[in-house]
Design a protein around this ligand. Structure first.
Ligand code: 4NP
Length: 154
């Protein structure tokens, strides 16, 4: 079987999805799994930029390095990736506008794996530091549960 590929998606690809990308990639490596990880944004304002300094600082405080440079979603990502994980309902709706019936099963909100429940990973961009810590908590426990599920599959 070919290598599994997972894509995390948010709006700007500078806060939530690059965090999920980095956290998930660290867990995949620790578990010794063979999974390719990527992230992208539904908007293109920040393409080519490093992640938001506040998100990088928060992640670093928890031992996670974010090294991603923002890239925009491409419709071909829907074919190329096996699992496509938007952070909120708006991102999911935007993805679904490009998706054919064969792609629908691949698209799942990040918090479908949150053991504490919840629906969306809130956008921290216009808020304070506490918002970034909250995003870190949600994303890290959701990624942990996702990896635990995938390690039974890959
Ligand atoms: P993200 O946060 O979607 O988690 O990367 C945002 C970053 C930038 C903008 C919106 C959300 N923006 O409007 O520029």
């Amino acid at each position: 079987m070919s290598k599994m590929k997972v894509m995390f998606v948010c709006l700007g690809n500078i806060c939530r999805s690059p965090l999920a990308h980095a956290v998930f990639e660290d867990l995949v490596e620790k578990e010794g799994l063979d999974i390719h990880t990527e992230s992208c944004g539904m908007g293109s304002w920040h393409v080519g930029e490093p992640s938001d300094a506040r998100m990088r600082r928060t992640a670093k405080g928890h031992g996670v390095n974010i090294t991603h440079y923002a890239r925009a979603f491409r419709p071909s990502d829907l074919d190329e990736y096996d699992l496509i994980i938007p952070m909120d309902k708006q991102n999911r709706n935007d993805l679904k506008r490009y998706a054919g019936p064969e792609h629908m099963e691949k698209i799942h909100l990040m918090r479908e794996w949150d053991p504490q429940g919840g629906t969306e990973v809130p956008d921290p961009y216009y808020g304070g530091d506490q918002g970034f810590e909250n995003v870190f908590d949600i994303v890290s426990r959701s990624c942990r549960a996702l990896v635990d599920e995938l390690k039974e599959r890959v």
